[in-house]
Design a protein around this ligand. Structure first.
Ligand code: F6R
Length: 260
């Protein structure tokens, strides 16, 4: 695991965008796994800027979103479809035929989820999966107790997640109780993962993810078993890390290794 600690949200966002941009430049037909929520917003803004001002080309990029609320139509302002088009896709030159976001309207959920999994395989798998983290340590909507081998499926949201996400809705009752989400097993098959976290309310989850036991109680901890993970944090989200000094030191001298 590579742990990068930036002073603040802006630094975290820029660093993450820089890494995504570098991966796109190296492989223009890259397959990206994308997350929604507050955390990656700054990164998306920076990617839009890189597209507009520096010509970062998304025309061959394929994307798969992690999740979508079940029951919301794509035009619902709180749907993840709406979020992605509003915050990223409408502002870059992505081919809409290469954009995949789980549908929140399907009835034959099992067949649909299998189709989503097959589609990821058909394009050669996800090269870089972007992740946020919930206060309960979830990635995607893989709430505590989710199997670490789980695949794309419908999941009941934990009360904590409903509460956290109520800030986007008029009130808590409006928050959907289910979501279609990639599984932990699906996420773990990405060739590389990059998890972003900001703010002190994520510090405990980040510590468990990076340094805690690998457990379905904190589904992000499965990333400890992944061969290629970058964790990009702001100062506040890193405050509970026990080996923080080592991570800072390792990151500082990493550039020397690249020269060898
Ligand atoms: C969203 C997702 C979730 C969020 C997590 C953190 O697509 O997969 O796991 O990343 O709930 O959300 P924010 O960033 O709003 O704190």
């Amino acid at each position: 695991m590579r742990i990068i600690i930036e002073p603040d949200y802006e630094g975290m966002s820029k660093k993450a965008a820089q890494i995504v941009a570098e991966r796109i430049r190296n492989k223009p037909d890259i397959v990206l796994g994308l997350a929604t929520g507050s955390t990656p917003l700054g990164m998306y803004q920076e990617l839009v800027r890189l597209h507009k001002e520096e010509g970062l080309d998304f025309s061959k990029v394929t994307t798969f979103n992690l999740d979508e609320y079940w029951g919301l139509s794509p035009s619902h302002p709180q749907s993840y479809h709406y979020f992605m088009w509003n915050n990223l896709f409408s502002h870059i030159n992505i081919d809409p035929d290469r954009v995949y976001i789980p549908s929140g309207r399907v009835r034959d959920i099992k067949t649909y989820c299998q189709w989503y999994e097959d589609k990821i395989k058909q394009v050669g798998g996800i090269d870089l999966q972007i992740l946020g983290i919930g206060r309960d340590g979830h990635i995607g909507f893989n709430e505590p107790g989710s199997s670490l081998g789980s695949r794309t499926r419908i999941k009941t949201l934990a009360p904590e997640t409903v509460e956290d996400n109520a800030r986007f809705f008029k009130n808590k009752d409006e928050v959907p109780r289910y979501a279609i989400t990639m599984g932990v097993g699906t996420i773990m098959e990405a060739k590389e993962c990059m998890l972003l976290a900001s703010g002190k309310n994520k510090a405990e989850a980040v510590q468990k993810c990076v340094e805690g036991p690998v457990s379905s109680e904190c589904t992000s901890s499965a990333l400890q078993l992944h061969p290629k993970v970058i964790i990009v944090l702001d100062e506040e989200a890193s405050q509970n890390l026990k080996r923080k000094d080592y991570y800072i030191y390792a990151e500082r001298i990493a550039s020397r290794l690249e020269e060898i």
